[in-house]
Design a binder for this molecule. Sequence first.
Ligand code: COA
Length: 177
Amino acid sequence: MNRILPLDAGKVTLRTLEESDADQIAFHANNPNIAHFTANVPYPYKKEDAIVWISKTRSGMQLGKQYTFGIEYDKRIVGAIGLKVDDSNNEAEVGYWLGEEYWNKGLCTDALQAVVRFGLDSLKLHKINGSYLSHNLASSRVLNKCGFIVDCVLKDHIFKNDKYFDLVKCYLLSPEK
Ligand SMILES: CC(C)(COP(=O)(O)OP(=O)(O)OC[C@H]1O[C@@H](n2cnc3c(N)ncnc32)[C@H](O)[C@@H]1OP(=O)(O)O)[C@@H](O)C(=O)NCCC(=O)NCCS
C-alpha cells in the first residue's frame, strides 16, 4: 500500500508514527492504569520501548500486516490505535490506548470509527475483531458505541501479574457481503 495519509477522525487526527514521537508515546504509555487494562502494554514503559514499538509499526505498515496510527489531539500525540491484519481470513484485530488525562472525552470512539471506516473502505476487510479484559468497561463501551457485537468470553485467558483474566471477544462485519 502507498503512504497512508492522515485520517480525519472527528475530535482527533490519526497519523502514522515516527521515531520522533517516542517521547510522547512513552510519556503517556508509562502508566500502570494503562497496563492494568491491556494485555500487552508493559509497565514501566520506557522511551526505548517506544522506539522499538514504533519501528515495528512502520515495518508492519510497509508489509501491509499492520496499520498503526498515532492519535493526535490538540497537535499532540496522545495515544495510538491500529489494525493487525490477517490476510488469509480478510480480517483484522483492533487495539488502542490513550493517555489517561484524555480519557472520557469521546476521543477513542472517534478514532475507532475512523479506523473501522479505513479497514472496511480502504483495506476492504470483511471483519474487524476487538477484545478487552472483562474489567475494562470503558473499552467495552467504546466497542459497543462503534457497532461491535460481543462474540464470546474466553475464561481465564490472559495471565498477568499472577492473576488470570477473562477476555471478551467482539466483532464487526462489513455491511458488504
Ligand atoms: C479504553 C480507552 C481507550 C477509551 O478511550 P476514551 O477516549 O476514554 O473512550 P471514549 O471517551 O470514546 O468512551 C468511553 C466510554 O466509556 C465509558 N466509561 C468509562 N469508564 C467507565 C466505567 N468505569 N464504567 C462504565 N463506563 C465507563 C464512558 O462514560 C464513555 O461512554 P459514554 O460516551 O457512553 O459516556 C481508554 O480508557 C484507555 O486508554 N484505557 C487504557 C488502555 C485500554 O484499556 N486500551 C484498550 C484495551 S482493550
